[in-house]
Every structure is written in C-alpha cells, then in structure tokens.
Design a protein. Structure first.
Length: 95
C-alpha cells in the first residue's frame, strides 16, 4: 500500500512540488499552486518590519493572480475578488 503524503509535505519538497505543479499544469489548474507559492515565497518572507515590501509583494500577487483578467487568475467568487481588490487598493493608498 502506498503511503499518503500531506499536501504541505509535498509542497515543502522541491522535487515533489515540481511534479505536483507539472500535474496541475496538465489539469489546467497550476495557477492555484503558483498562487500559494507566490504568497509563501514573496509575501510571507517580507517581515513585519518591512510594510512597503509586503505591499509591493501583495501588489505583484494581485496583478498576477487576483485582478480580473490577470495572466494566472485564480478561481474565486467575484464578491471575494472585489473585496480583496478593495482592501488591497485601500492599503496601497495608505502607503
């Protein structure tokens, strides 16, 4: 019987993560994994002491994954997308 590995464990392993991304690309859903990776690698790596860096990382993520018509737009309810865009714009305006 094959062992079952958690998604977190798969994503933490570079070789297994790439295999999972490749699988998702074949299923036309790689944007979801790439979104998670962007949040993990860009946004979360900015410390609380770097608010401008966090806003810049969030802006890049929003442009690529969240805004309507984005290159790698993730599937989410329109009301959630609109709310997220509104919060992001408000945060950018405060910087």
């Amino acid at each position: 019987m094959a062992s079952v590995e958690s998604l977190t464990a798969v994503l933490a392993n570079p070789v297994r993560r790439q295999a999972f991304v490749d699988f998702c690309a074949g299923e036309h859903c790689a944007e979801n994994v790439n979104f998670w990776l962007a949040v993990t690698n860009k946004y979360e790596r900015c410390g609380d002491d770097d608010p401008a860096g966090r806003v810049a990382a969030a802006s890049a993520i929003v442009r690529r994954f969240v805004r309507f018509g984005a290159a790698d737009m993730v599937n989410m309810v329109d009301s959630d997308r609109s709310a997220l865009m509104k919060v992001h714009q408000h945060t950018r305006n405060r910087m």
